[in-house]
Design a binder for this molecule. Structure first.
Ligand code: IVH
Length: 672
């Protein structure tokens, strides 16, 4: 076979890359791994670097134009970009459907297309002979701004349509940012001391209006297409749903949640269904949109001012609301960290009433400039803890008070310390602080730690209050009688608690180390420390350098571990626990993980396996020398996916990581 000419190879590579883009973005079903895709792209870049005359404007390498624009040009929309009326209740929607049927003079059910209402910004994309020539924001609906330079960087927007496209096609869609992308971007901005965005929509809007496309290229924008404007020589089909089918064929990504439904009933069922899915979506939606499916009916219905009579947005309860900060209090956690919490005038947001919102730490309070008395925007997305997004400065009252870090712990009065360069302030009281003691005891008793069944918050509170317990070791001295003296605790429960304590004494070194609640030592680190050092004595004697030899333990964690074991008080508690009878099977010290057929292989477990629990699966992998981690990354070798596997599976597919079902996994373990 002769080597193809650079021109032929470049054309072939572009065709392949476009095909893979389509599989990935439109069908959500990639054929090749990211690495494979990057190889093709790099080969094309190389050919174009060697032969600049071969570069075409719509080559996949040309998404990031090198030159920023000096300002955004105004663009007139050839057909106006409309807005939508809103429905906030089921009644609103039923009334909308009634109006539609009355105007159409029909008693028959109307067919609607139901789509998620994406919370991004509307963009018009103009294709001429299949090539993307211009992208513009909605603006006032008649005129928008030219944002082609940035839109070109969005991989979900094809620069060239597939198949036979009309001579002119103006498609409308929503450009948005995924939640994960938004978080990652803000994290990076925070680290660099740059401006952070308050929500994904603002981040998307801010990005798309940047002058320098290199900025947009580094930010994770995505898009869905949902409407058609000018359509040139293309004779529209009879229905909107058919337009969306054509979009898909041309490589324009349509929301997979789009559905044809019948009548108001169908709309409401869709609304409920999407409402349930909302929290698990990777992007934000603020409602659903219903559109009369048949174009002849749409035409008959027409418009009122800027909104069509044939479509309506059915909104979900808002994610963001305004309210007033009544006070800011400080909570003390298990590690002594002081967390400022805003006490709010109760407000209904995202479907629940919110009266507290975390402010994370003092840096955050300063960055957001929160004062007591301020009106603030509260946000509650999905199931996350409500957050203060920003202060409405215009509404700051004269008597607003700044938030100050207390000098003394609000719980125990010990000095509050804040290390140089650290955002977090801590109470220096350790276990003498009731809040820290409480956190420590609850953590110690936790299911994955010492697993002391029945030792809950109410009991722990009383044990601390009555000074019966000053450290975890004191728990083992408690008698049935002392327990039964506590409020609301019968003799039977008291007996159960004592026997649960007795039972918990038999544990493993890893669980014990985890239970101690050393800062930054989670289960994985505890397990690593246990298998590396094999005994508490060895760990107590180790210096920071020796601790850093443990896989995945860096200097910060090593310093915390070392410091913990240097404190005489901690050594005393450990000794007292062992004197009380806490024990674990002897382990032999080993320098590295077990050697075996899986040495060097990293696994992530997700979903439910039938033949074993996830813990058991993890043990089997480690026994054969493999490693189990919690999240999927490029370094993961295998993802074991059981039933109902979720986002980790998706991530693995995105990264092109080998996925094992239960049968394949058992085979790898040598069991089938
Ligand atoms: S259709 C004539 N479909 O909602 C209909 N809009 O309030 C024009 N939006 O500016 C829009 N998801 O930014 C349509 N599936 C969807 C949408 C959607 C979000 C936004 C869009 C528009 C606004 C109208």
């Amino acid at each position: 076979m002769t080597k193809p000419s650079p021109a032929a190879r470049a054309a072939d590579l572009r065709r392949q890359l476009e095909h893979h883009n389509y599989r990935y973005y439109v069908l959500d079903d990639p054929e090749v791994s990211d690495a494979e895709y990057d190889r093709l792209l790099n080969e094309l870049k190389q050919i174009e670097a060697d032969n600049p005359d071969l570069i075409t404007p719509d080559s996949p390498t040309q998404r990031v134009g090198a030159t920023p624009v000096s300002e955004l040009q105004e663009v007139a929309h050839t057909t106006p970009m409309l807005s939508l009326d809103n429905a906030f209740t089921e009644e609103d929607l039923i009334a909308f459907d009634r109006r539609v049927r009355e105007r159409l003079e029909t008693s028959q059910q109307i067919e609607y297309v139901a789509e998620p209402k994406l919370d991004g910004l509307a963009v018009s994309f103009r294709y001429e002979n299949g090539r993307l020539v211009r992208a513009a924001t909605r603006g006032d609906g008649m005129k928008g701004e030219d944002v082609t330079h940035n839109v070109r960087t969005i991989k979900a927007v094809p620069t060239q349509l597939r198949g036979k496209a009309p001579d002119v096609l103006d498609v409308r869609g929503e450009v948005f940012m995924t939640l994960a992308g938004f978080k990652a971007m803000n994290q990076r901005a925070l680290e660099k001391g740059e401006k952070v965005f308050v929500n994904p929509r603002n981040a998307a809007a801010g990005t798309i209006r940047q002058l320098d496309p290199r900025l947009a290229a580094n930010r994770p924008l995505d898009a869905f297409f949902y409407a058609v404007g000018e359509h040139g020589d293309w004779k529209l089909p009879a229905k909107h749903s058919e337009v969306l089918e054509h979009f898909r064929e041309w490589g324009l990504k349509v929301s997979p949640l789009t559905k044809v439904v019948q009548g108001a009933e169908g709309c409401l069922a869709y609304y409920r269904d999407i409402g349930e899915k909302r929290a698990s979506l990777k992007y934000e939606i603020d409602g659903v949109v219903y559109k009369v499916n048949r174009f002849n009916q749409q035409r008959e219905l027409g418009f009122v001012s800027r909104a069509p009579r044939w479509a309506i947005a059915h909104k979900f309860p808002a994610h963001e609301e305004n309210t007033i900060v009544r006070d800011v209090e400080f909570q003390v956690g298990r590690t002594g960290a002081l967390t400022p919490v805003a006490r709010l005038e109760p407000v209904f947001v995202g479907g629940v009433t919110v009266s507290n919102a975390t402010l994370h730490n003092m840096d955050e309070v300063q960055r957001k400039d929160v004062h007591i008395g301020d009106t603030v925007v509260i946000r509650r997305a999905g199931d996350v803890i409500p957050e203060v997004v920003k202060v409405v400065l215009e509404r700051r009252p004269k008597n607003a008070r700044p938030v100050t870090l207390p000098k003394n712990c609000p719980i125990c009065g010990s000095a509050v310390e804040r290390e140089e360069g650290e955002a977090v302030a801590r109470c220096s009281g350790s276990l003498s602080c009731a809040a820290q003691l409480k956190g420590a005891l609850l953590h110690f008793a936790g299911r994955r730690a010492m697993d002391i069944d029945g030792l809950g918050e109410k009991i722990v509170d009383q044990l601390i209050e009555s000074k019966l317990v000053r450290s975890p070791a004191d728990l083992y001295k408690l008698t049935v009688e002392q327990f039964s003296n506590l409020e609301r605790l019968g003799e039977k429960s008291a007996r159960n608690l004592v026997s649960a304590l007795q039972k918990s004494k038999k544990t493993t070194l890893a669980r014990f180390l985890y239970a101690l609640g050393i800062r930054d030592v989670g289960e994985a680190t505890a397990t690593a420390l246990a298998s590396h050092f094999a005994s508490v004595e060895a760990l107590q004697e180790a210096d920071e350098a020796a601790i850093q030899e443990v896989p995945d333990v860096g200097p910060v964690v090593a310093a915390h571990v070392h410091m913990f074991f240097q404190q005489p008080h901690n050594r005393e508690v450990i000794q007292a626990l062992r004197d009380a009878g806490v024990h674990w099977p002897a382990q032999t010290r080993r320098a590295a993980a077990a050697e075996g057929p899986l040495t060097g292989k990293t696994f992530v477990l997700t979903g439910t396996l039938e033949s074993m629990s996830r813990d058991q699966a993890g043990d089997r992998i480690t026994a054969l020398g493999g490693k189990v981690t919690g999240s999927v990354s490029k370094k993961t070798h295998y993802v074991v996916a059981g039933a109902e596997a979720g986002s980790k599976l998706t991530k693995a597919q995105e990264l092109g990581i080998e996925i094992l079902d239960e049968a394949a996994f058992l085979k790898l373990l040598g069991e089938q």
